[in-house]
Design a protein around this ligand. Sequence first.
Ligand SMILES: Cc1cc2nc3c(=O)[nH]c(=O)nc-3n(C[C@H](O)[C@H](O)[C@H](O)COP(=O)(O)OP(=O)(O)OC[C@H]3O[C@@H](n4cnc5c(N)ncnc54)[C@H](O)[C@@H]3O)c2cc1C
Length: 377
Amino acid sequence: MEQCDVVVVGAGIAGASVASELAIDHRVLLLEREDAAGYHTTGRSAALFTPTYGPPQIRALTRASADFFAQPDSAFCSTPLIRQRDVMMVAREDQLGTLEHTLAALQRETPVDRLVGSDAEAAQPLLRAGHVAAALMNRDSYDIDVDALHGAWLRQFRARGGRTLLGADVVALERRGDTWRVTTSDTEITAPRVVNAAGAWADELACLAGARPVGLVPKRRTVAVVAVPEGYAGLHDTPMVIDVDEQFFLKPEAGRLLVSPADATPSEPCDARPEEYDIALGIDRVQRAFALEVRRVESAWAGLRSFVEDGLPVVGEDPDLAGFFWLCGQGGYGIQTAPAMSWLAAALLRGEAVPESLLAHGVDPMQLSPARGAARD
Ligand SMILES: Cc1cc2nc3c(=O)[nH]c(=O)nc-3n(C[C@H](O)[C@H](O)[C@H](O)COP(=O)(O)OP(=O)(O)OC[C@H]3O[C@@H](n4cnc5c(N)ncnc54)[C@H](O)[C@@H]3O)c2cc1C
């Protein structure tokens, strides 16, 4: 029987980041069911950092994480974690209301330029002439090197004395007095605290522990990889384009285009696979907006973005079950918010004050608490 201070379940970006943070002053064990730590949602993202995305608390967590991405400690990662990528939200004539509403919300927080359709077409030459009536351009957005980021947290965790067990499926969680007994496929561990960073499986893990689920809904999102059309060789550095109602996105990446119908289909927690229908829908939607005739899909993948009802993450100790700590519901923003989420989670777990650097950006732990209405009803 192994003993430690904290068991973290799930070694995606959430588990790796908080485990590394806690390993500064705790004996931490990180348990992952799969043989590869980033196998599920963390390894399937669109790898974008943008302060324009998501509800206000997500944007606050994103802003609070920005410096970490921009200036990583060289001991943490010797290569850059981000590369600048403009993000342009586009609207047709009938979507201008949403665009103005979005502009009003964002312009207090981050530099956003309003472009007329012809300027949007000049910035992203693949757009069909006349499709876009107006657009919002944010130049403070970035591609994230997710592998480098996740790998750096796992390395830092190890260097701080933490241990990761891969192929360790948590099958039982039992509270005895003030200690958890965690049973995996082939070992038993005791610890006073368990962090639930199980991604799409977070409610299942909670049920194993006897905690009330927070109503997490995993939602499938599909991405297809297609070739850049002939004559558009310079497309690599052009903006990622997102429909203002999130009906599609297109992102230049590694000499190819990532295209998505921005689907959000409720799913059981599982090893998500792309459906032919969603791939076809994504291609249809981007072909309407861009001068693109897709003849072949080079590859495609799907992943689960998990949400509770109000769309905000769930961070904090369970209100009814001592020592059971939630870190889930990151939706479509779990990479760009991971630094701030890990600092918040670690401060709450240590019983410390929430760092000023988070509060200054408007992060509000009460809105993210597992005790709030959306996570309890
Ligand atoms: C298509 C797509 C595009 C996205 N784009 C972006 C983006 O551009 N920017 C951004 O910030 N975010 C994006 N996201 C969201 C982001 O990827 C997620 O929010 C984030 O990866 C969630 O990380 P996680 O660690 O919570 O989950 P996961 O990476 O899924 O990790 C959870 C882990 O827990 C393990 N686990 C579960 N149950 C158990 C158990 N009982 N025992 C042991 N292990 C267990 C699982 O095996 C899994 O590895 C995107 C997601 C998708 C699908």
